[in-house]
Design a protein around this ligand. Structure first.
Ligand code: IPM
Ligand code: MG
Length: 349
């Protein structure tokens, strides 16, 4: 088995089904296996990520995930929630560098809530640290104090090696793009932010002096993203800021439903690919979801894990053609169903 599909919850099964059709068309010999994941796995197997599923994921070349979560799982204990399964999968696979491109397809410049002249030609890459920071830091939890008040704790923590390895990915990517890295943190108030800035600066001086490096405070980055997003090439940031800034960047492109992502670990280990949208329980099962984020995630898998950048190019070109031809799901202002959008991409292939 080469590609593990984890459809997950909500619209996940619908959008990954379209990605699967594209994979079967373009690479008929690719061995694909499917497993339950997230809330679906919790209901059927008692845990959002079975040990065996993690083992299969680590043995695959690439893992393509749909989405996890839903209101029906809100009452489950935190460690059994779908999101806990996703964090365990990321940590278990060791995929520390999350690539989240925000590319504005020419046909969609008008679908953005921002003025077309601001987003036209947008092509930025967010590199989000994915297996550290406040998502995983200890201690964490909610305790009851002797006087009856409750106290919640999360811990933001980074070590130099965690910062360096993800920064390296950002610099390497920049060299193949417009050669600029903008590193976002809160060094004005956070100790981890200061360490982040110092570590990135030192690595840059040591190994990447040929790449332009800028530092920006994360709140300013949020503002600059809507003010002048094309100033960014590679935007490097931590786990939590990356979560926020990538949702914001996604909206610049017209729809959250469009955006793929790749999570990469050490060379030679499998990558984890997922559209950055959530499970969208409100439209799950209705055939309204946009499958392009999932299909473009498959393209990233061909590029970064399956050794077939040529197939990645073909898929991305086909998506652009389908959009040029007017194919639009509801989030883009059209009325195509999920399967019809998938079919439009297959036609363009
Ligand atoms: C994302 C999501 C996840 C995250 C959730 C579902 C745990 O928002 O991939 O951006 O916060 O990382
Ligand atoms: Mg998010």
């Amino acid at each position: 088995m080469t590609l593990l599909l984890l459809p997950g919850d909500g619209i996940g099964p619908e959008v990954t089904a379209e990605a699967r059709r594209v994979a079967e068309r373009i690479a008929p010999d690719l061995a694909i296996e499917t497993r339950l994941f997230g809330g679906a796995a919790y209901e059927a197997e008692g845990a959002p990520l079975a040990d065996e599923t993690l083992a299969v994921a680590k043995a695959a070349k690439a893992v393509l995930m749909g989405a996890v979560g839903g209101p029906q799982f809100a009452a489950a204990p935190r460690h059994l929630r779908p999101e806990a399964g996703l964090l365990a999968l990321r940590a278990g696979m060791g995929v520390f560098a999350n690539l989240r491109p925000a590319l504005c397809f020419p046909a969609l410049a008008r679908a953005s809530t921002l003025k077309p002249e601001v987003v036209e030609g947008l092509d930025l890459m967010i590199v989000r640290e994915l297996t550290g920071g406040v998502y995983f830091g200890q201690p964490r939890g909610v305790e009851t104090l002797p006087d009856g008040r409750r106290r919640g704790v999360d811990t933001q923590v980074y070590t130099t090696d965690e910062i360096e390895r993800v920064a390296r990915v950002a610099f390497e990517l920049a060299r193949g793009r417009r050669n600029k890295v903008t590193s976002a943190e809160k060094s004005n108030v956070m100790e981890t932010g200061l360490l982040w800035r110092e570590t990135v600066t030192a690595l840059h001086a040591r190994d990447y002096a040929d790449v332009a490096l800028e530092h920006i405070l994360a709140d300013n980055a949020a503002m600059q993203l809507v003010k002048a997003p094309r100033q960014f090439d590679v935007l490097l940031t931590d786990n939590l800021f990356g979560d926020l800034l990538s949702d914001e960047a996604a909206q610049l492109t017209g729809s959250l439903g469009m955006l793929p992502s790749a999570a990469l670990g050490a060379p030679g280990t499998p990558g984890l690919y997922e559209p950055i949208h959530g499970s969208a329980p409100d439209i799950a099962g209705l055939g309204l979801a946009n499958p392009l984020g999932a299909i473009l995630s498959l393209a990233m898998a061909f590029r970064w894990s399956l050794g077939r950048p040529d197939l990645a190019d073909r898929i991305e070109t086909a998506v652009g053609r389908a959009l040029d031809g007017g194919a639009r799901t509801r989030d883009l202002g059209g009325d195509l169903t999920t399967a019809e959008m998938g079919a439009a991409v297959l036609d363009a292939l």
